[in-house]
Design a protein around this ligand. Structure first.
Ligand SMILES: [Ca+2]
Ligand SMILES: [Ca+2]
Ligand SMILES: [Ca+2]
Ligand SMILES: [Ca+2]
Length: 394
């Protein structure tokens, strides 16, 4: 296997320039990319930077190198794309273990696209590397980030176990963050076990993000990985809009969700253990994972999804709603019984009797757990009479 050299590429991107650099252009089929360092300063306006760690395509038995791609963006209206390995991967290609870092914290209207392995499709028997993606977003910026593919993973593609950390530093911005494929996983694709975090920094006026453990859409026989999703709000912004989804926005066919951990922010969040919507091939053909959801402070909406999930509430949890307690399997057409659990250990109740006295139906017949004067959990579609000691950890 031919091994390419380790290169250092340093570029400065000025006004309206369009710069594309590859770490190992002309990588032969079956070759191995070098460990390249690619460093850019984008200080002009309306410029485009594309860094690709290895080559345009990785195919055959090619291996991407372990590359370090970094860009500092300070201009107005710049586009920055970092691809850890290639623009597309096919055959048995393997992505390298890359570090991709963009600091666009002082930019305005930047558009970022950072992908651990391929910017577009990963097909056949490709596998993504173990990548680290770190981004600081500026004012009015938008960003798309994924651990493996910026579009689709199909056939037998495998996602790597990646770490993605995105911070909204400037006043306003929005991010879409996916552990594996940004758009879709189909066929027999498997997502990796990823860690995704999104932080609205102390100086931001607002932050919006969608964090998805595996892909936008999961269809066919795809499997989601066991992911950890974390959202945080450091300051006191005017508004936030944060959605955490353990596997995919939409699961269809025979897709299987992984066992995920979702940790919400101090503001009002939406948490879904598996998917937001389901389209099973046959009744119960989609399965969910055993997820753990803790939505933090704020008034949150939670869905565990199919299978047995655990909901954890700590003191100060706010006015929260669990929308599918023991009803997640219904969403995929299954009548199998479910055993979700609510962990209230942080509240220090003496026993189930003490807790039970705080639960009553509201005017529409939904059970409401009155933890404190300012903390309640509403269980939509569940009556107080349906609840038992076995539903809680006290
Ligand atoms: Ca990867
Ligand atoms: Ca994943
Ligand atoms: Ca899940
Ligand atoms: Ca929250």
């Amino acid at each position: 296997m031919r091994r390419m050299p380790n290169d250092t590429i340093i570029v400065s991107v000025g006004n309206q320039q369009f710069v594309t650099e590859f770490g190992d252009p002309g990588l032969p089929n079956g070759g191995r990319g070098g460990s390249d360092r690619m460093i850019a300063t984008v200080d002009g306006g309306n410029a485009v930077l594309i860094f690709v760690g290895d080559d345009q395509t990785l195919q055959g038995h090619s291996h991407g190198g372990g590359d370090h791609l970094a860009a500092t963006v300070t201009g107005f209206g710049d586009y920055v794309f970092l691809d850890g390995d290639a623009q597309a991967m096919s055959g048995d290609a393997h992505g390298g273990n890359d570090v991709l870092h963009v600091d666009a914290s002082t930019s305005i209207y930047a558009s970022l696209g950072i992908f651990g392995d391929a910017e577009s499709a990963m097909s056949a028997d490709t596998s993504g590397g173990i990548d680290v993606v770190i981004a600081s977003m500026g004012n009015r910026s938008s960003g798309t980030f994924s651990g493996d593919s910026g579009s689709s993973m199909s056939d037998h593609a495998r996602g790597g176990n990646d770490i993605l950390s995105v911070t909204q530093v400037g006043s306003y911005g929005g991010a879409s963050i996916s552990g594996d494929a940004l758009v879709s996983m189909s066929g027999d694709a498997h997502g990796g076990n990823d860690i995704l975090s999104y932080t609205v920094g102390a100086g931001a006026q607002s932050g919006a993000a969608s964090l998805v453990g595996d892909a936008g859409y999961m269809s066919d026989d795809t499997h989601g990985g066991n992911d950890i999703l974390i959202a945080a709000v450091d300051g006191n912004p005017d508004s936030t809009s944060i959605v955490l989804v353990g596997d995919a926005s939409n699961m269809s066919g025979n897709a299987h969700g992984g066992d995920d951990i979702l940790l919400g922010s101090s503001r009002d969040d939406l948490l879904y253990g598996d998917a937001q919507t389901y389209a099973p091939f046959t009744a119960g053909s989609i399965t969910g994972g055993k997820d753990m959801l803790n939505s933090g402070r704020g008034n949150d909406q939670l869905w565990g999804g199919p299978s047995d999930d655990r909901f954890v509430f700590d003191k100060g949890s706010g006015l929260d709603v669990i929308n599918d307690f023991d009803q997640g399997n219904k969403a995929v057409g299954s009548t199998a019984r479910e055993h979700d659990l609510i962990n209230l250990r942080d509240y220090g109740f003496a026993d189930w009797t003490a807790l039970k006295s705080l639960i009553s139906d509201d005017s529409t017949g939904n059970a409401v757990i009155h933890l404190t004067a300012t903390d309640t959990i509403t269980l939509a579609g569940v009556h107080t009479a349906d609840l038992h000691a076995k539903d809680f950890i006290v």
